[in-house]
Design a protein around this ligand. Structure first.
Ligand SMILES: C=C(O[C@@H]1C=C(C(=O)O)C=C[C@H]1O)C(=O)O
Ligand SMILES: [Mg+2]
Length: 453
């Protein structure tokens, strides 16, 4: 860290100091944070497993709401970013968080802990990128004399590292489900039929309708246990865990919204689904049938064309393959179109998030009418389900996914969410079955799959 000369009083500074910590287990560090920082932790791992981030403690919280929420987050982050004090070798501090699906906010108490925009700079930031592990302390303070606070945080860091290193691998019992409540199946089927009518009438082309399942457990389920089983059960997905106060939003999603790295951007169309086969032959037959299925190709095409349309103005170049491929994960296969490009110098990561959300994979098309229908027809609050969650660093590199295959954990209870794209050819019962397949990842993680009929 370098000293700061001649800074204004009252301005917030972000002091960062990084050490190397080879061999540290991210899960063990997450657990080590439980005692002092329960309710203030997050975890992130990309699909490729090349980047893992653990955040412990809140050095800074940014909340935002309303239609300017993304701009408000950017503004506060930029202000803080301009006052980062670190050495060249120290890692870039990150801002991690997410938005609610609906910009008009959350409508139920269930999602009280998660404001329409909630971002944090962690006090302790572990980043494992490829083979390198680095642990930073981030300290946000208006004082120039931060050294006392920093000394205290260094001691805490060393204690966390010690606990993570000496503690035996934490053992987690699979949660025991005592009740599984399908919350709104009749309403869901009604909503699907209603969307079909709206398509016939020409108001929309596609709308994503979702539903939720409640699981009640014998005991409180810790976010560490949710994380442990998400990593174990869904290795082909992104893993995210976001604690706030006593609630945790977490999931194992296959769907990237946007990644930005050194000016390059990577998005993806993921829509159109079929279950995995019971053996290789059936799996391949199902996959081939999906690739040529008109209804699924239609669901998919809306997504790819809207992504292209909304991010073209933010890019100097964009590559969009003409035909989708298959993306196979443990329980389901999807149509998948990777989209790559080069960002304009003035387009930052959050401007991509703002332009893209919601894509027709989670909202529908046209966007405005689809979101109105979701508000009108879905008998639930999506909260952070199907919405952007991810991180950005001080160099504007980062990644956001959409929070699907996800659940909200509230002590001894969890709410699971799943939906699907409804188009003119959708069959309500087949769509219901598709949501059952999409619930499976979280049911496995939380022990609820034993309750399947
Ligand atoms: C909405 C969800 O998934 C989305 C809908 C899909 C579909 O309808 O085929 C496929 C992938 C996702 O984009 C979900 O998992 O809840
Ligand atoms: Mg579908």
């Amino acid at each position: 860290m370098s000293e700061l000369v001649g800074s204004k009083q009252g301005t917030l500074h972000l002091y960062t100091e990084t050490i190397e910590c080879e061999g540290i287990s991210p899960l063990a560090l997450y657990e080590a944070g439980e005692k002092l920082y329960k309710g203030q932790r997050f975890f992130w791992q990309n699909r490729e497993k090349t980047r893992t981030i653990v955040g412990i403690g809140h050095a800074r919280i940014i909340r935002a709401e309303g239609s300017r929420r993304v701009d408000d987050v950017r503004e506060e982050w930029n202000e803080l970013k301009n006052n980062i004090i670190k050495e060249q070798a120290d890692q870039a501090p990150i801002l991690f968080g997410g938005f609610s699906f609906d910009e008009t906010g959350v409508s139920s108490e269930e999602w009280d802990a998660f404001s329409p925009g909630l971002f944090v700079v962690p006090v302790f930031q572990l980043e494992i990128v490829n083979e390198s592990s680095q642990l930073s302390i981030n300290c946000v303070t208006p004082q120039i004399d931060y050294s006392k606070r920093f000394d205290h945080l260094r001691k805490e860091r060393d204690r966390l590292l010690h606990i993570a290193q000496v503690q035996e691998r934490p053992l987690f019992e699979k949660p025991v489900v005592i009740e599984k409540i399908e919350r709104n199946v009749p309403e869901y089927l009604q909503a699907v039929r209603s969307v079909k009518r709206n398509i016939t009438q020409g108001r929309v082309d596609k709308v994503v309708i979702s539903r939720s399942i409640e699981l009640d457990f014998e005991d409180t389920v810790s976010s560490g246990s949710a994380l442990y089983y998400a990593l174990q059960e869904q290795p082909e997905s992104y893993t995210f865990v976001f604690e706030n106060e006593s609630d945790t939003f977490f999931g194992a999603t296959p769907e990237r919204l946007i990644r930005k790295e050194a000016g390059k951007i990577f998005s993806a169309g993921v829509a159109g689904s079929v279950r995995r086969g019971k053996d290789l032959g059936e799996d391949q037959r199902l996959g081939q049938a999906l690739l040529s299925d008109e209804k699924n190709r239609e669901e998919h095409a809306y997504v790819v064309s809207m992504i292209q349309e909304v991010i073209s103005p933010l890019c100097t170049s964009l590559e969009v393959p003409k035909h989708p491929k298959l993306l196979k994960i443990r329980d389901i296969q999807h149509l998948f179109t990777p989209i790559h490009g080069e960002a304009n110098a003035s387009a930052d990561l959050l401007s991509f998030v703002s332009a893209l959300h919601p894509t027709p994979a989670l909202g529908g098309t046209p966007r405005k009418e689809a979101v109105e229908l979701i508000r009108e027809l879905e008998q639930m609050d999506r909260g952070y389900y199907a919405a952007p969650i991810g991180f950005v660093d001080a160099d504007d590199n980062g990644e956001f996914v959409v929070g699907i295959r996800s659940a909200l954990l509230k002590g001894g209870k969890a709410l699971l969410y799943a939906g699907g794209g409804i188009v003119s050819e959708s069959d309500p019962l087949a769509e219901l079955e598709e949501t059952n397949v999409k619930f499976r990842p979280m049911l496995r993680v939380l022990g609820g799959h034993r309750h399947e009929l």
